[in-house]
Structure formats: structure tokens, C-alpha cells
Ligand binder design. Sequence first.
Ligand SMILES: Cc1cc2nc3c(=O)[nH]c(=O)nc-3n(C[C@H](O)[C@H](O)[C@H](O)COP(=O)(O)OP(=O)(O)OC[C@H]3O[C@@H](n4cnc5c(N)ncnc54)[C@H](O)[C@@H]3O)c2cc1C
Length: 287
Amino acid sequence: MTIRSFELLQPRSLPEAVEMLREHGDDARPLGGGTTLVILMKQRAVHYPFLVDLQTIPGLNGIGQESDGLRIGALASHRMVELSPVVRRLLPVVAEAFGHIGNVRVRETASVGGNLAHADYRLDPPPPLLVLGADIGAVGPNGSRRISLKNFFRGMYETALEPSEILVDVKIPAPPADSKAVYLRYSTLSANDWPCLGVAALLTKENGRCKELRLALGGVAPTPLLIDGLEFTRDQSLDDGVVDKVLQKVEEQISPSSDLRGSEWYKRRMARLFVQKAIAQLNGDQG
Ligand SMILES: Cc1cc2nc3c(=O)[nH]c(=O)nc-3n(C[C@H](O)[C@H](O)[C@H](O)COP(=O)(O)OP(=O)(O)OC[C@H]3O[C@@H](n4cnc5c(N)ncnc54)[C@H](O)[C@@H]3O)c2cc1C
């Protein structure tokens, strides 16, 4: 199938891009790497007469350490994050999650902003970004704002971005001292396929006991999900009884649907197993 013709608008600044999106309304969309949007347009699943190419705006692809954490520009490619020395040193779990995506061709082209704005329920980066407490910077007709990633995903392929708003960066605070994080993804078709599910966990310990446990899952609800109600793990040793209660919280909050990569029944069982594995790895057990 051939792509229907469209006009590629090439802004030189963010205000210009916002104005282009505002002017064309529902007829325009921001273009990141194009790895999803162009395929959908070729398949004629969607059509936009105007694409606003964000690659022509200087300065949107930086990755850098800040006083309170790490900032990743929306146009940084997945491969840039995967290979970035500063990301690998400060937040290896983030580099690892981006390194799992698709194949090198996709990772060289796809952007961080495009990944998050696409809001697929199975995305790899959101679970680790959620346990790390990341937030999103957005610029639109009403100025700029920050949105906690926890409140960013509104539904399958739906985000908190307003029409004409552009995702400009992701900020990830420095993780708590004495914390460790892990991201485990499970694919059922092939190793570089979309995951059936992904589990991220962040554990902070004090005197051998849990100070804080955070868990987030992808692929098992309409949006990536940060698990609520884990405060009871504070000052506990993560023995079988406590882990059982954690698993109960996970089971209550996930709502997987059956798809090509697993049935609802299967995903519920795999979610249990991978949460157990993640906690065991961080707790120094076998996992
Ligand atoms: C073969 C293949 C395998 C993949 N496997 C995985 C996988 O295993 N795990 C995973 O997590 N992802 C996977 N992906 C998704 C991949 O990460 C994306 O294609 C990516 O999510 C889209 O990034 P992009 O920059 O190409 O976005 P685009 O295709 O340019 O845009 C995607 C959507 O986001 C919007 N958008 C883009 N940038 C912005 C912005 N800065 N602000 C606001 N809106 C914006 C666009 O308007 C569009 O609606 C796979 C993709 C492919 C093609």
C-alpha cells in the first residue's frame, strides 16, 4: 500500500512547531522518528495531511546529568539512551529497557518522545521510568508544564498531552541512596518482539530490611501501571508472607487482555512469576 500524500512541515523552533500544530488542528501530528506514525499512515490506519517534523528543531535530543537527576530530550533516539555513558552509569535500568526495543534499525530511528507519546500498553521504557518517578516536560499553546509519568498515560494510546502539545523531555530523579532497580521483560514470540509483559522493581533497603518497594508493570493493563499500596512493606523483611501480599496487590490492580502474545489467564500467571523474580533478584535471593 502506498502512503497518501502529506505535507512535511519543518519548524526551526518549538514555538513555531506549536503554532503549526495549532493552525492545522486535527489535520496535523508531530513526527518523531516516524517508526510508528509512518507505518500507520502507510497502512492507511490513519492519515494526517500535515506532519510537523520535530527533528528540524535544534537541541531536542540532548541527554545530560542535572543537579537532581537526569534529563533526556524527546528527540534522543532509543539507541542514544541505550549507549549513553551517563545513563548507563546513573540509571542502567533505563539504558537496558531502551536496549530491549525491537532491533537496532528501530532503535536508531525511534525517539524517546515518540515512544512515550504513542502510549502503547506494552512499551518497555515506562515501567522503569515509573518506578524511578520520572516526569514529562510538555510545551503547547498555553506554555510549558511538567506531568508526572504516573498521570501521563490515560488509556490505550491516550496521554495527558493536549492537542498541539509537544513532549520535550523526560526528567528522572536520582534514585534513593541504597536502592537497586531491575527491569525484566518477557516475550513469547521472539526475543526482540514486543513483550508479553514487563516488570520493573526498585528496592531501597535499610539495615537489611525493606525501606521502600516500588513496582510497575507493562502489558497487563490498558496503560503501563505503577502499583499502589505497597507502603506495608516498609521495615519488613521480604519473606514469603510479605511477597504474597505484594502479589495480591498486583493481582488486584492489573487487568490484562488476551492478545497475540498471551491470554489473560497466562498474563496473570506470568505477572506473578516475574514480580516474584524481580523482588528475589533485588533482595539477593536466587530469583
Ligand atoms: C518493529 C518495531 C518493534 C518495536 N518493538 C517495541 C518494543 O518491543 N518495545 C517498545 O517499547 N516499543 C517498541 N516499538 C515502538 C518503538 O519504540 C516506536 O516505534 C516508538 O514508540 C515510536 O517512536 P517514533 O519516534 O518513531 O515516533 P513516531 O512514529 O514519530 O510517532 C509516534 C506517535 O507519537 C507522536 N509523537 C512523536 N513524538 C512526539 C513528541 N515529541 N511529542 C508529542 N507527540 C509525539 C506522533 O504524533 C505519533 O502519534 C517497536 C516499533 C517497531 C517499528
